[in-house]
Design a protein around this ligand. Structure first.
Ligand code: 6AU
Length: 274
């Protein structure tokens, strides 16, 4: 029977990768499938938003390269907050180059992503060598990788056989690839007749909003219910729906985080009891 009927806690045993286990354990413990995407450019706002939403999330997603005042001390503060509030860190780096280059981008530069980010993601476009490159750095550190099997934007090219091939690449690298950025579960995608023994990959889904259908630059939003209950995804990733236009309104941000957490968890409970 499908892992989609299992609880997050029950699914821990379907995984061997430490980052996948940590995420599922955190979701079960804190009763939340909400991830917040903190796409702001000042470290002060970045840390204030994370401290505000921390109690309500299983994961914080970063774009560390957009911080205009980046300093490695921000990473130390981020790690302190991840301990204080018990959340997983996901640097949304979207690697997309040859193995040798992505290994350097992952380990080095000013950001040293592999040192602090439990999870990162990559476009499957270069083929399996992108996984070997990232895995050479991340696997010894217990990190996990998500492949972008689909995207949330209007006109996205990641569809059809591209998506199926991404899933096949993931199945061939189960030790390091823990799941997908996608708009629906990839369970059974690309399989001919017989199924595989354990197809439990995590699906983290952006393009989630309760009040808006999209933005002026191609983003498209669906509700937590559509994403978790109807499409079989596991984690809702919410950015502007939570921190809105003014990152200094901390009380409003907390309220929105609670609202999305509630919506995501209710949809999950409906799914596992269906
Ligand atoms: O909720 P938003 O629209 O403010 O932010 C959505 C976040 C952004 C995007 O870079 C990211 O999710 N994202 C991704 C990821 C997570 O890889 C893929 C995608 O298809 N769409 C998308 O919006 O930080």
């Amino acid at each position: 029977s499908s892992f989609l009927r299992q609880t997050y806690g029950q699914r821990i045993q379907n995984h061997t990768n430490p980052a996948a286990k940590l995420l599922l354990e955190t979701m079960e413990r804190k009763k939340t499938n909400l991830a917040v995407s903190v796409d702001v450019v000042k470290s002060k706002d970045f840390l204030a938003i994370i401290d505000a939403v921390g109690p309500f999330v299983c994961l914080v997603k970063t774009h560390i390269d957009i911080l205009e005042d980046f300093d490695y001390s921000t990473i130390q503060r981020l790690q302190d907050l991840s301990v204080k509030h018990d959340f997983v860190i996901f640097e949304d780096r979207k690697f997309a180059d040859i193995g040798n280059t992505v290994a350097l981008q992952y380990s080095s530069g000013v950001h040293k992503i592999a040192n602090w980010s439990h999870i990162t993601n990559a476009h499957p476009v270069p083929g399996p060598s992108i996984i070997s490159g990232l895995s050479s750095v991340g696997l010894p550190l217990g990190r996990g990788l998500l492949l972008l099997a689909e995207m949330s934007t209007r006109g996205a090219l990641a569809t059809g056989s591209y998506t199926e091939d991404a899933v096949r690449m993931a199945r061939a690298n189960r030790d390091f690839v823990i799941g997908f950025i996608a708009q629906r579960t990839m369970e059974g995608v690309g399989l001919q007749s017989h199924s595989v023994d354990n197809d439990d990959f995590l699906t983290l889904t952006p393009g989630v909003g309760l009040d808006s259908k999209g933005d002026a630059m191609g983003q498209q939003y669906r509700t937590p219910r559509q994403v978790i209950l109807e499409s079989g995804c596991d984690v809702i990733i919410v950015g502007r729906g939570i921190y809105g236009k003014d990152p200094s309104l901390v009380d409003e941000i907390k309220l929105q985080a609670q609202r999305y957490r509630e919506a995501g968890w209710q949809a999950y409970q409906e799914r596992i009891s269906a």
